[in-house]
Design a protein around this ligand. Sequence first.
Ligand SMILES: Cc1cc2nc3c(=O)[nH]c(=O)nc-3n(C[C@H](O)[C@H](O)[C@H](O)COP(=O)(O)OP(=O)(O)OC[C@H]3O[C@@H](n4cnc5c(N)ncnc54)[C@H](O)[C@@H]3O)c2cc1C
Length: 434
Amino acid sequence: MGRVSARAVLTVIALGAAAVIALWWHSTPDVRGLGGWLTGAGEILGLLAGYGVVVLVALMARLPPLERGIGTDQLARWHAMGGRYVVSLVAAHGLLILWGYAIEAHTTVLSETATLLTQYPDVLMATVAGFLLLGVGIVSMRAVRRRVRYETWYYLHLYTYLAIALAFSHQFAVGQSFINNLAARFWWSAMYLTVAVLVLWYRVAVPLRAFARHGYTVIGVKSEGPGVISVYIGGKHLDELAAEPGQFFRWRFLTRALWWSSHPYSLSAAPGADVLRITVKDIGDHSGALSRLRPGTRVIAEGPYGAFTAGQPGRGVLLLAGGVGITPLRAMFSTLPGPVTLIYRASSEQDIVFRDELDAIAAARGATVYYLVGSRAEIGGDPLSPKMLRSLVPGLEQQEAYVCGPSGMISAAVQALRAAGVPRRQIHFESFEF
Ligand SMILES: Cc1cc2nc3c(=O)[nH]c(=O)nc-3n(C[C@H](O)[C@H](O)[C@H](O)COP(=O)(O)OP(=O)(O)OC[C@H]3O[C@@H](n4cnc5c(N)ncnc54)[C@H](O)[C@@H]3O)c2cc1C
């Protein structure tokens, strides 16, 4: 399956933005006076916002080349950053248009607001859409998001689809770039329609088709230690998925309590032809409920997703796991070619999962596993310091490094690897948070 690079995607997005500005340029023969300049700036920002929402939705449409080439966590970061720009563009668009129109009509901003809302077609709907986007933006701000449940945030986020639908028609009804330009209206609609079809296809049709084709079913649940279980999911023709160790699926278990939400969990063993395994730490409602799954439970699995997979063979590999971040690395440990070192950081002995499996794999392939267990004082220093990493992994700077764990551990590990001389392009990491 094809994958695209981040640079290629950013180039396409930038070219699209340039085409949007060219459209405004083409449809605006003359800009006069302060009112004209303000209105013109408002129109450009509005067009960019209309284009920006399509890009934001496309990034989250689960397009396989993006998911595999760039990775869901990186796409989610771009989406979050782009979301802030788009909300700012929408707000600035509204304010500049109001101000510009008020100057051109020789009236106050307040009275122009009333005119626009009551006499211009579809502007009221677009204003509601603007406020919806603003609300979603506020709920997504880090300080607010930390305080709301993931599900609350997620379902509020779906209102962006409503906002996009509400704002669509005002673009053609009042946008100078579209009113007399049939071709522009056609291509703009085609852009929106294409992304809508992609969302429906990849987020709805493909998972349902996979459900019917593979018949995913829970075949067993096994305890791996305190609060950690593995779920074995059986299915047919799983080799067709071309899933790779390091990737994850979004799992929707069809029980009365769990069917309505899907959660991402990585494969914790190399995918088999008829069985997949995930390993889950109980940290909340969903992860905690999985220990009660019964064999025979049907599952909708969306994926495989993620770009946290083996790169070009040929280099030595360092796998650096923190806590339950061992799951994708456990799958990679048994399959990556060449010399591999696994460093597994855990706060206590009982937090180590898969010890027997890891030791058996290490013995079978002649690899090394280091368990760094306990507090810094117990270990005798920072377990992730550049010095410690260099002493454990000879030739560290030549290695390809894969890091997975809590976000604090990931940033500390990436910094330490950089300080130890590992080039940035050789460091790969997967965050368990979007
Ligand atoms: C790519 C990826 C791979 C993961 N792999 C594993 C794994 O192999 N093993 C494992 O134990 N955990 C894994 N996780 C984390 C796991 O998804 C969360 O722990 C789980 O969804 C928490 O849900 P909850 O209802 O139990 O807890 P909650 O208390 O509801 O949520 C705790 C946190 O988990 C995240 N989260 C909750 N629901 C979702 C959701 N539907 N989608 C995305 N994030 C959510 C949010 O950051 C939230 O703050 C992975 C996460 C990601 C993003």
